[in-house]
Design a protein around this ligand. Structure first.
Ligand code: ADP
Length: 250
């Protein structure tokens, strides 16, 4: 689904991504690991259009998407979550979900005035969808809770829920498990697996927790110093001497 070819991202003279090439297969949950400073987040940001590549190519289903901005990629079904969840704290969980989809009739003043019936219909469809998403994520009991009151892990779940409000094809998760307790981590893991198996989502996730990676990801791609160092199953990369050395060297 996603092909990255000889990608470079330089900050001044510093090569944060230094000729990385990789593929994310349709239907996979691909893990991206590597020591701090390996270039994982920068790579994510370039793929997801947050940063422009210095050189190289990113394609999605064969179409060149290098340098396209996030809102264009969003409409192609590519979403990215952030390490720090971006919820609207004073709104409820349900309202946060209802904020996501674009292209609603009420977005223009003209439509807001003339198409009130349609807007009401769309709103009730959105409400239904938001409730379905909360149910899927097993957090229905939080629907009227202000998002600002959620725990860190619950915010991550809500962020995952936001990807379900649109027809996402490929979702990039940045440390969705960081700072989350085991129970909630399992809930997040279950939701990712079900989205993958039942809804056909493709995932690429940066993660540090090797148990979490091992449970969800195949393949796992290892980055070090801006390059792809190895790729394989979790057991293969755990036994790879170059990978062990890269981790020990930090
Ligand atoms: P990782 O996610 O693997 O920890 P990053 O992609 O965050 O790695 O960072 C890779 C390297 O690029 C780091 O050394 C970091 O300091 C540097 N870097 C990241 N963003 C910038 C930036 N905007 N300007 C300068 N250097 C940056």
């Amino acid at each position: 689904m996603i092909r990255v070819e000889n990608l470079h991202k330089h900050f001044g003279g510093f090569h944060a991504v230094d000729g990385a090439s990789l593929e994310i297969a349709t239907g996979s949950i691909t893990g991206l690991v590597g020591p701090n400073g390996a270039g994982k987040t920068t790579l994510f940001n370039v793929i997801a259009g947050v940063l422009e590549p210095t050189s190289g190519r990113v394609s999605m289903d064969g179409e060149d998407i290098s340098g396209l901005p996030p809102h264009v990629l969003f409409h192609k079904g590519m979403l990215r979550t952030f390490q720090i969840a971006h919820e609207f704290g004073s709104m409820t969980c349900r309202e946060n979900l209802m904020m996501v989809p674009g292209g609603q009739s009420g977005e223009t003043l003209w439509n807001a005035w003339f198409s009130r019936g349609r807007i009401a219909q769309e709103e009730s469809a959105l409400l239904k969808k938001a409730d379905e998403v909360l149910d899927f994520l097993t957090i229905s009991h939080l629907k009227d809770e202000r998002a600002g009151n959620l725990s860190g892990g619950q915010k991550k779940l809500l962020e995952l829920g936001r990807t379900m409000m649109v027809d996402a094809k490929v979702v990039f998760l940045d440390e969705v498990g960081a700072g989350v307790n085991r129970t909630l981590l399992n809930t997040i893991g279950d939701a990712i697996l079900r989205l993958n198996q039942e809804r056909g989502y493709t995932f690429c996730m940066i993660e540090h927790d090797m148990d979490f990676i091992g449970r969800l990801c195949d393949p796992v791609i290892v980055m070090a110093e801006g390059k792809v160092l190895a790729q394989g199953t979790i057991d293969e990369i755990k036994d790879n001497d170059a990978v062990i050395e890269a981790y020990l060297g930090t």
